[in-house]
Design a protein around this ligand. Structure first.
Ligand code: 0WK
Ligand code: 0WK
Ligand code: BGC
Ligand code: BGC
Length: 896
């Protein structure tokens, strides 16, 4: 009663009759005098509002320092990005496991979030199990600590009869500072509280847990969450205004939703992200030195992490009891308490716990508890000793709540200023034994906060179910995003068996195409090139190179003999779209389409298909009547590329183009080519035109809805299906279709389908190469998207990069499967167990994409292990090859 009176400063109103009035007045005065005497002794711990405002201002300054990339390293408030970008939005759903490590209790939980039919609100069911955490594990080998976590997790699954076979998404609440670059990744910066397990600092805690878990359980660790973040999300489940998480427990810390544009350590400037302030370290640089007392210094010196966690050691449960003990010990040594008689117990570290402090400050039984506790310390307390010690507790715990209030005030002010609000309405989710169990802590804190930030309407919500419900929410979001994303991208992931079957289908296409009167979509066009160059070629030749990204005119000088060489001069000419899709007459000579067959890629000039292009070119040259050329050869770019490379490497018998289009040629045995009038040479180069594979539906099982959309919008609907899965003209469009779908489903670009995203051809394949380059930071991905008029967040950039990767990887694998079919056919043609062969390659996709060539080569190795394939990049383009072919043809004409 008296104590409450003192606390609230209105004692005299309670006692009506004169005698008891005098008694209570006496008691009050006695109480006050003792308290005042303690107040004087602990003057340095009694912080008034100006001091709190001063601390709050220092705190705000340090927050800014921590948010800025330049000063973060020096900042004590590490302001760690958590990659949690939104509070629960009602769509979370599913069953999740959660591990809660770092608080006073180590818990394993299962959280079921369900949307029941006909009910607006989702229900959350939780089952949990607390497991012991032997002290030696906290300071032993880190792997043993995580092995213990894994054993408890297994025990939990068995106990709760949760299937071990089923894959369980898991959210890991880990209450220590972690540097995170993603939700499912976090490097431990340092231990705190009473944890000091060896070998884990700097390690990824998600991987560490995954490695520990692997035995006999199928658990997918999807999110690493700090307990403050888990607490904010838990309270955010019921209160959308909850954007701050606060822990006052064994340790102390806070997180809040910061504007992304202020977080330098994360790319993106739209929206918000939750930042884990790790405020326990505030003061580690001396910023609180003028408020530190000798007791704080003693606590720090005796701790397992001296010099670290300055604020935490003034505030949190691991230290409050010890602070009280040190104060009481000092006062006793000074003869101010217990007549100066110090006991061993009082000298013993940890003998007064924070639970004791809470008990001593109980309204009703506080003094009695104090007496009992002091007796337990073998002390013989007088009544005023008890009052004094109780008041020491009050001063110590009051300072704690005041310091927390100062930190919170800094955070709330920053949020209000970020949002340019006059008044901020916000909820703070709280957890931790000190806040929960100390009788007056919460009230004191609320009061001081409201005094320090009157322009913030703050609601405090105690987290009833710990931080794991929140961790489950974060995991649910992660799972949903990942699942949806993976779902869209899973159709691009081809298994080894699927690739083997594509190889077999390509092989079947090659075989069928060689048949006379075949209708195989793989045209297998004879090139009439019977052998590769042998160095005897010589002469000066013109060459035209039409069909790739650039149209080139070349002059090629070939010298034979010892000083054999090929020198060429070339000039690039743009081909305006209106000519590509105008009349045939407006262009021609030696080019790279299935001559007198069909246009492919971006070409659609009229009156060409089915006509002899050599004639058309001759006509065109005649129409100009300015010069005379003798068109000797028409060569497909694959053949030109093979010849050009074969000039360097005689083993080169395959030409591959992975560029705007996609195609391959190779030296086939004449006996296998059923087409008429092909002479008695041994081999001939066949232009496969493999781009047509799938026109008969043989690829429909791997073709996705996105590919069909690209085909529908192309100028040659239903044609070149393999090409549309593998070549540069289309990959960007496939990516655009996937991004469009993900955006329409709200998984990307905040669901905003912009005109840019709807514009065919806007996502050129060159962007894939740029976006997938390992050197490119997410920021640059964002600037590419920006350039395309697509405003994106950092998560968006990650998703776009993943989509580009999935589409280009599939393209490279499919080309690899096709190439495996070709090299295995050549090997079998020649009855070889092993084939050594070189592929001449050209094309911007193969040359410029960071991973395409590697993935293609790896796929060939996997699907054609008996073929040792060397890849030779064609430096000079296929024009050189065309000139070499012309030289051979010329010489053959002369010899005939
Ligand atoms: C309960 C939460 C846990 C957090 C703890 C903090 O579930 O994640 O670490 O509160 O309070 P303490 O147990 O340290 O007092
Ligand atoms: C360069 C060759 C040309 C071929 C082109 C293919 O000289 O004949 O068509 O490569 O690559 P793209 O330019 O389509 O990427
Ligand atoms: C840790 C924080 C944690 C806090 C509360 C501190 O020691 O560094 O990560 O949130 O304790 O558990
Ligand atoms: C054409 C081929 C050419 C390939 C690479 C395809 O569209 O049909 O003839 O080799 O593109 O340029």
């Amino acid at each position: 009663m008296i104590r409450r009176g003192v606390e609230e400063g209105n004692i005299l109103t309670h006692s009506a009759d004169s005698a008891s009035f005098c008694l209570s007045l006496l008691l009050l005065l006695f109480f006050l005098s003792v308290s005042l005497f303690v107040d004087r002794f602990l003057y340095a711990m009694r912080l008034h509002d100006d001091q709190l405002r001063d601390i709050s201002a220092r705190f705000q300054a340090e927050m800014k320092k921590g948010l800025s990339a330049e000063s973060n390293a020096a900042a004590t408030l590490k302001m760690l990005p958590t990659h949690v970008c939104s509070t629960p939005d009602g769509s979370e759903n599913g069953e999740f496991l959660a591990v809660d490590l770092g608080g006073s209790k180590f818990k394993v939980l299962q959280v079921k979030v369900r949307k029941e039919a006909g009910r607006v609100r989702r229900s959350v069911e939780m089952q949990e199990q607390t497991y012991p955490l032997p002290k030696e594990l906290l300071i032993g080998r880190g792997v043993e600590l995580f092995d213990h976590v894994s054993e408890c997790l297994k025990d939990f699954l068995l106990q709760k009869k949760i299937s071990l076979e089923k894959k369980h998404p898991l959210g890991f609440t880990f209450s220590f500072p972690c540097q995170q670059t993603a939700l499912n990744q976090g490097l431990l910066l340092n231990w705190s509280k009473n944890y000091w397990a060896r070998g884990l600092q700097g390690k990824d805690m998600v991987n560490t847990l995954r490695q520990a878990i692997s035995r006999g359980m199928d658990v997918d660790v999807l999110a690493l969450v700090n307990d403050t973040v888990g607490t904010m999300m838990t309270c955010g489940f019921d209160d959308q205004h909850c954007e701050v998480g606060l822990i006052i427990g064994t340790g102390t810390n806070a997180c809040y939703m910061e504007e992304l544009r202020h977080i330098d350590l994360v790319e993106g400037d739209e929206g918000r992200m939750c930042v884990n302030t790790e405020w326990g370290a505030f003061g580690d640089d001396g910023a609180l030195d003028d408020y530190l007392t000798e007791f704080d210094r003693d606590i720090d010196a005796a701790s397992i992490n001296p010099g670290k966690q300055c604020l935490e050691k003034m505030v949190s449960g691991l230290y409050l009891g010890e602070l009280v003990r040190l104060v009481v010990l000092k006062m006793t040594k000074l003869g101010l308490l217990f007549d100066g008689r110090v006991t061993d117990a009082l000298r013993t570290k940890g003998k007064i716990t924070t639970a004791h402090v809470a008990a001593m400050e109980q309204y009703k039984d506080g003094l009695k508890n104090t007496r009992d506790i002091l007796l337990d310390l073998s002390l013989n307390p007088s009544p005023d000793d008890c009052i004094a010690v109780q008041h020491v507790c009050t001063v110590v715990s009051f300072r704690s709540s005041n310091l927390v209030a100062a930190g919170l005030a800094a955070i709330l002010t920053r949020i209000r200023q970020n949002r340019k609000l006059k008044t901020l309405r916000i909820t703070v989710g709280v957890d931790g034994t000190v806040y929960k169990t100390h009788p007056q802590y919460a009230k004191r804190l609320h009061k001081v906060v409201r005094r320090l930030v009157p322009d913030c309407h703050v609601r405090f919500v105690l987290s009833e179910s710990g931080s794991s419900k929140g961790a489950a929410m974060v995991t649910a979001v992660a799972q949903r995003v990942t699942a949806r994303r993976h779902q869209s991208l899973s159709s691009f992931r081809l298994s080894r068996d699927q690739l083997r079957s594509v190889k077999a289908r390509m092989r079947a296409g090659l075989e069928a195409g060689l048949k006379s009167n075949s209708h195989s979509p793989v045209k297998m066009l004879p090139s009439y090139v019977f052998r590769t160059p042998d160095g005897t070629e010589c002469g000066k030749y013109l060459a035209l190179d039409l069909g790739g990204t650039n149209f080139r005119v070349l002059l090629v000088k070939i010298r034979s003999g010892l000083r054999r060489s090929v020198r060429l001069y070339n000039k690039l000419y743009p081909i305006p779209l209106e000519i590509m899709q105008g009349t045939g007459e407006e262009k021609f000579l030696s080019f790279f389409f299935p001559s007198w067959k069909i246009w492919t890629k971006g070409f659609k000039a009229t009156d060409c298909e089915g006509n002899d292009v050599v004639d058309m070119l001759r006509e065109a040259i005649k129409r100009r009547n300015e010069f005379d050329v003798d068109i000797v050869a028409i060569v497909n770019d694959t053949v030109g590329t093979m010849m050009s490379c074969a000039y360097e490497d005689p083993q080169c018998e395959i030409g591959l183009i992975a560029g705007t289009g996609s195609n391959v040629c190779y030296m086939e045995e004449l006996r296998n080519i059923e087409k008429n009038g092909l002479g008695e040479m041994q081999r001939m180069c066949i232009n496969t035109e493999w781009g047509g594979l799938g026109e008969d539906g043989c690829l429909d099982d791997i073709i996705t809805e996105y590919d069909n959309a690209v085909d529908r919008e192309s100028i040659n609907h239903g044609r070149q299906r393999f090409e549309k899965l593998t070549s540069g003209l289309y990959l960007g469009e496939v990516v655009r279709q996937v991004l469009l779908d993900l955006t329409r489903r709200g998984l990307l670009f905040k669901g905003r389908v912009t005109e840019a995203l709807k514009t065919p051809g806007i996502f050129e394949t060159k962007y894939l190469s740029q976006i997938e380059s390992d050197r490119l930071a997410l920021l640059q991905v964002r600037s590419i998207l920006q350039h395309l008029g697509l405003d994106s967040t950092c998560d968006d950039s990650i998703i776009v990069k993943e989509v580009c990767g999935a589409v280009s990887r599939r393209a490279a694998q499919l080309c690899g499967a096709g190439m495996a079919a070709v090299v295995d056919k050549i090997r079998e043609n020649r009855g070889l167990d092993q084939l050594n062969i070189t592929v001449g390659v050209d094309g911007t996709l193969y040359k410029l994409h960071p991973h395409f060539s590697t993935v293609l080569q790896e796929t060939v190795v996997a699907l054609a292990p008996q073929c040792y394939v060397t890849y030779l990049l064609s430096e000079e383009g296929s024009g050189r090859g065309a000139a070499l072919i012309t030289a051979v043809a010329r010489r053959d004409q002369v010899e005939m």
